[in-house]
Write a protein that binds this ligand. Structure first.
Ligand code: SF4
Ligand code: FES
Length: 257
C-alpha cells in the first residue's frame, strides 16, 4: 500500500517545529509501524536527508520507550497496543497518517518525535523503591503475600512508563503513572515501611516537574497500553493525604487530583 505521512519535524526543544509531508510507497501490511518508519528513514538517508528521530528499544511492548501521537491518539488508540506492537494491517492504501510527539511541558521535545521523559525518572528516584533489605530471592511459597494482593501488585507493575497517560490527559497530569508506581509497592509487605513517605515524596516531585493534577476525565486510563486503572489514583490520594496529615495536620490536602 502507499501512504502519506505528515510528521512533526523539530530540530530541538527551541525550534518551533512544523509538519512535513512524506510519501511512503510499497508498505507491506505485515510490517510493524516502527518498521515502516525505518523504511522511510532508509529512503531519507539515501537522499542525504535527515532521518526522523523516534524512540524505541524492545519493540515488543515491555520497555516503554516508544510512543507518539498517531492521528491524535496516544500509541494510535488501539487497545493494549504500544506503537511498536502496532502493525500496518490496521491501515489501508492511500491513508494519510499524522504523527506528533507527546505534547506536555514536562516532556520537552528532544528532536522530532522523541521527547525527554527524565521527569518520570526523577519521580521514581524520589520514592519509587524500597530500602528494606530483602535478601536473596525467596522460594515462592515462603513469601507471605496473599494471592489477591500479589495479583493486584502485578497488574499495576505492568506500567512501562511510556507517558501515554500524560500525553492523552488534557491537564498533562502524571497521576496514572505515579499512582501505578505507588500502588504497586503499597500492595506488598516490603513496601509498607516507607509507604506514606513514598507517596509524599513522589507526589511532591510530580508537582515540581510541572505535571498538573488529575481532573477525573479518564483519558489516561483509555490511552494506557497496559490497562492501568483509575483506582490507582484514589489509592495514591489516600496514602498522600495520610502522609501529609502526619507531616502538617493543619494544611494537609491535595494529592494527585
Ligand atoms: S500508566 Fe500506562 S500510559 Fe501511563 S506510563 Fe504507565 S503504562 Fe504508560
Ligand atoms: S519499543 Fe519497547 S515498548 Fe515499544
Amino acid at each position: 500500500m502507499n501512504l502519506i505521512l505528515h510528521i512533526w519535524r523539530q530540530k530541538n526543544a527551541q525550534d518551533p517545529g512544523r509538519m512535513v509531508r512524506y510519501e511512503v510507497p510499497g508498505v507491506n501490511e505485515h510490517m510493524s509501524f516502527l518498521e515502516m518508519l525505518d523504511v522511510l528513514n532508509e529512503s531519507l538517508i539515501e537522499k542525504n536527508l535527515d532521518p526522523i528521530a523516534f524512540d524505541h528499544d524492545c519493540r515488543e511492548g515491555i520497555c516503554g520507550m516508544c510512543g507518539m501521537m498517531i492521528n491524535g491518539k496516544a500509541h494510535g488508540g488501539f487497545e493494549r497496543t504500544t506503537v511498536c506492537q502496532l502493525h500496518m494491517r490496521h491501515f489501508k492504501d492511500g491513508d494519510e497518517i499524522y504523527l506528533e510527539p507527546w505534547r506536555a511541558a514536562a516532556f520537552p521535545v528532544i528532536k522530532d518525535l522523541a521527547v525527554n521523559r527524565a521527569a518520570f525518572d526523577r519521580i521514581i528516584a524520589a520514592g519509587g523503591f524500597i530500602s528494606v533489605p530483602t535478601g536473596s530471592a525467596q522460594d515462592a511459597n515462603c513469601i507471605p503475600i496473599p494471592k489477591q494482593d500479589a495479583d493486584l501488585a502485578m497488574d499495576v507493575a505492568a506500567c512501562i512508563g511510556c507517558g501515554a497517560c500524560v500525553a492523552a490527559c488534557p491537564n498533562s497530569a502524571a497521576a496514572l503513572f505515579v499512582g501505578a508506581k505507588i500502588s504497586h509497592l503499597a500492595h506488598v509487605p516490603q513496601g509498607q515501611p516507607e509507604r506514606q513517605r513514598r507517596a509524599l515524596a513522589m507526589v511532591e516531585q510530580m508537582n515540581r516537574e510541572g505535571f498538573a493534577n488529575c481532573g477525573n476525565i479518564g483519558e489516561c486510563e483509555a490511552a494506557c497500553p497496559k490497562q492501568i486503572q483509575l483506582e490507582v489514583i484514589a489509592q495514591t490520594n489516600a496514602d498522600y493525604i495520610k502522609a501529609a496529615f502526619r507531616k502538617r495536620p493543619e494544611t494537609a490536602s491535595g494529592g494527585v487530583g
